[in-house]
Design a protein around this ligand. Structure first.
Ligand SMILES: Nc1nc2c(ncn2[C@@H]2O[C@H](COP(=O)(O)OP(=O)(O)OP(=O)(O)O)[C@@H](O)[C@H]2O)c(=O)[nH]1
Ligand SMILES: [Mg+2]
Length: 307
C-alpha cells in the first residue's frame, strides 16, 4: 500500500485532470453548476445572504464563485461548527471579519439558541432597510435570506435549528440538498440551497482542507492519501492531540507520515493476515475521528496568515 503515499497535491491535480478526461469522476457535478445559476437568479429576490463557513477552515470554505455572485448584497458570515474548532482561533477570525467591515458570528447549528443569534446579526446588517420599511409602514414584510456555502457545512441543519423542527433534510455527507427550498421562520424567509464547490482548485491546500472536513465526496478521493496529508497538517499544529489520541511517542511523530499511519493502525490492532497494517481502515478511522473532533478542537487555519 506504500504506493498510496504519494504527494497529496499531485493526487488532487490528477483528480482535476481526470475530470476533464473521464465522465466517471464528478469533480464539479452538474447540480453545482445548476445551483450557481439558481443563485444568480435568486440573488435579486433576497435582502441578505447568510454565508455559512466551516469554523475549522474559515478561509478555505469561502467559495470564490459564490462570493462573486453575492458581492453587492448585505451579508453575514457565519462560522458554523464552532463546537469542533479551537475557540480562541475562531474568536480571532470573527475579529478579522469585523475588522474588514463584514458582519460575522460563530455558532454551533446543532443548538437552536446560537443559530437564533444569526438573525440578530442579520437584522443589524439590514438596519437601514428595516428602518425604511418601518417608515413606509411595511415593516411586517418578511426578511428574505439566502443560505449559501460549501457542501456539508450545515446550511440545512442551521435552518432546522432556527425553525425548531426538521424542515430541511440534513445528513452527514456532502450533496444532501438538491434543489432550493424556502422555509419561513417568524419574520424571516430562509432559502436553503445545495452546497457548491468551485470548478478548479488553484490552491491544493484549500482542496485538501475541504476534503479533510468532508465537503468533497470521499469516494472520489484516495482515503489513505487524504489521511497521510491530514496527519501532516495536524502534527504541525497540534502534535500533542495526535500523540494523545493514538498513544504515539515524540519519536513516532518524527517519522514519515505514512509510517505514522502504519503505527496508528498497529496501535488500534488494525492488522491483516501476516501482521500487515491495514492502513485503509486506519485512514478511514482517522478521517472520521478528526471530523467528529475526537482528537480535540482543531482549527486548520489562522486569521493572522490572511491579514
Ligand atoms: N458538530 C456540528 N455538526 C454540525 C453543525 N452543523 C451541522 N452539523 C452536521 O453537519 C452535517 C451536514 O449538515 P447539513 O445541514 O446536511 O449540511 P448542508 O450544508 O445542508 O449540506 P448540503 O445540503 O450537502 O450542501 C450533519 O451531520 C449535521 O449534523 C454544527 O454546528 N456542529
Ligand atoms: Mg443541505
Amino acid at each position: 500500500m506504500r504506493e498510496n503515499n504519494q504527494n497529496f497535491e499531485q493526487n488532487f491535480e490528477e483528480l482535476g485532470s481526470a475530470n476533464v478526461n473521464s465522465k466517471s469522476i464528478h469533480w464539479f457535478p452538474g447540480h453545482m453548476m445548476k445551483t450557481l445559476r439558481l443563485m444568480e437568479k435568486e440573488i435579486k429576490n433576497v435582502d441578505v445572504v447568510i454565508v455559512l463557513l466551516d469554523a475549522r477552515i474559515p478561509y478555505s470554505s469561502q467559495n470564490p464563485e459564490i462570493e462573486a455572485i453575492i458581492k453587492n448584497k448585505p451579508k453575514v458570515y457565519v462560522l458554523n461548527k464552532a463546537d469542533l474548532a479551537d475557540m480562541n482561533i475562531t474568536n480571532q477570525w470573527i475579529k478579522h471579519f469585523k475588522d474588514n467591515g463584514m458582519g460575522a458570528i460563530a455558532i454551533n447549528s446543532k443548538t437552536g439558541k446560537s443559530a437564533k443569534n444569526v438573525i440578530v446579526q442579520v437584522e443589524k446588517e439590514l438596519k437601514e432597510l428595516l428602518e425604511k420599511r418601518q417608515a413606509k409602514g411595511i415593516d411586517g414584510e418578511k426578511i428574505r435570506a439566502m443560505m449559501v456555502g460549501i457542501p456539508n457545512v450545515g446550511k440545512s441543519t442551521f435552518i432546522n435549528a432556527i425553525a425548531g423542527t426538521q424542515r430541511a433534510k440534513a445528513q452527514d455527507r456532502p450533496g444532501v440538498t438538491r434543489g432550493k427550498q424556502w422555509v419561513t421562520v417568524g419574520n424571516i424567509d430562509l432559502l436553503d440551497m445545495p452546497g457548491v464547490l468551485w470548478r478548479k482548485f488553484e490552491n491544493q491546500k484549500i482542496a485538501a482542507n475541504l476534503a479533510f472536513i468532508g465537503s468533497i465526496k470521499d469516494d472520489i478521493l484516495d482515503i489513505e492519501t487524504l489521511a497521510v496529508s491530514l496527519i501532516d497538517a495536524i502534527k504541525n499544529i497540534y502534535p500533542d492531540m495526535l500523540m494523545e489520541r493514538y498513544k504515539l511517542t515524540e519519536d513516532d511523530i518524527q517519522m514519515d507520515n505514512y509510517d505514522i499511519l502504519c503505527k496508528i493502525a498497529r496501535k488500534r490492532g488494525m492488522l491483516m493476515s501476516g501482521g500487515v497494517e491495514n492502513t485503509e481502515r486506519a485512514a478511514i478511522m482517522l478521517c472520521d475521528e478528526f471530523r467528529s473532533s475526537k482528537l480535540g478542537k482543531i482549527s486548520l487555519e489562522r486569521s493572522e496568515d490572511y491579514e
